[in-house]
Design a protein around this ligand. Structure first.
Ligand code: UDP
Ligand code: MG
Length: 322
């Protein structure tokens, strides 16, 4: 069995198209494959909730809807989907028509060849130039500073084998960067080129704030580089102070007058107090993350589950051969 998992947040306009597209792509794969679609309604407010229930009642295939009790965000919605998928392999994708189901075939072929993860590498993007540049810069930065190799231009759109899904599910961490965790887990992984389609309404649901949070997760969960920078700056500051002390002493010995120091003092104080404050901010970020993990609140809460096929309360994770 293959599960397709997608988070949904206010996508009523294209949901029927999306579900039809996925069903067609799955049916076209092979008659031997059993599949299910798991859609997670992440607290939508535009009628998506009712529409999803309606689609589930009408569906002839297996459509499972997980309604979360509020908007938790893209990452937690994906976790809810993974926790409720039963397939021997799980395909993760967005529900805004940006991820092309034509990639399913390549995913499946690589999986059958023994890969545990097959992720889409975005070959082209339909976003504006500044967004594309920011994304390219982000991937380069993460690749440069992270302790593991996170593939560039690979997002959530991927197929994962059950054992990889179970590894991800067993990780209790809350602020997740899925492409990083997927790479961290290891096993056999490969990428396939997939061009990314344009968003149907050009209005990102994740938004700039969500992207910022995600990039902070990527940086802080996979690297101690921010702390290293401040260690290096601290060392540099000490060297500067040392050099300045020698310079002042030299001036005093040569001319008899110590350096008139108001401007240089102002400069030094501002520079180093600035460095200190940003450094404290960086430590604060790590501390806040430790606090988040300590609070150990659930990442999401399910309001109710609606299933087209007869309801099964606990997911059966026994892998079945395709
Ligand atoms: N999404 C979600 N909860 C949110 C924001 C987004 O479930 O709080 C879903 C959204 O419906 C879409 C996917 O996550 O299917 C990716 O969102 P979006 O397209 O806004 O992200 P972008 O492609 O702009 O990074
Ligand atoms: Mg999108």
């Amino acid at each position: 069995m293959i599960s397709v998992v997608a988070p949904v947040y206010n996508e009523a306009a294209i949901l029927p198209t999306f579900v039809t597209e996925i069903e067609q792509a799955l049916t076209a794969l092979s008659p031997k494959i059993i599949w299910e679609i798991v859609l997670v309604d992440d607290g939508s407010t535009d009628g998506t909730e009712e529409l999803l229930d309606e689609l589930a009642s009408k569906s002839t295939g297996s459509l499972k809807i997980i309604h979360l009790c509020r908007n938790f965000g893209h990452g937690p919605a994906i976790s809810a989907g993974l926790d409720n998928a039963r397939g021997a392999a799980v395909i993760l994708m967005d529900s805004d028509l940006q991820d092309d189901p034509a990639a399913f075939r390549a995913f499946l072929e690589n999986w059958l060849d023994g890969y545990d993860a097959v992720y889409a590498i975005r070959t082209s993007r339909r976003e504006s130039l500044p967004v594309r540049m920011a994304i390219a810069g982000f991937y380069r930065l993460v690749q440069a500073i992270s302790d593991i190799t996170i593939p560039r231009n690979a997002g959530t759109f991927s197929l994962m084998d059950r054992r990889l899904v179970d590894v991800l599910r067993s990780m209790p961490e809350r602020n997740r960067f899925l492409p990083g965790l997927r790479a961290w887990a290891g096993f056999r992984q490969t990428g396939v080129p997939v061009s990314r389609r344009a968003r149907h309404d050009r209005r990102s649901r994740v938004g700039l704030r969500g992207l910022w949070r995600l990039s902070m997760n990527a940086v802080f969960s996979f690297s101690y580089f921010p702390i290293f920078i401040f260690r290096a700056l601290g060392g540099l500051a000490l060297l500067c102070c040392f050099a300045l002390a020698i310079f002042v002493l030299y001036q005093k010995l040569r001319s008899g007058n110590p350096l008139s120091a108001l401007t240089s003092q102002m400069f030094t104080i501002l520079l180093f107090s600035g460095i200190n404050l940003v450094g404290i901010g960086v430590i604060g970020e790590y501390v806040a993350r430790i606090y988040d993990e300590l609070k150990a609140r659930p990442g999401y809460i399910i309001n109710r589950i609606k299933e087209a096929a007869p309801a099964v309360d606990t997911p059966d994770h026994t892998p079945t051969p395709p």
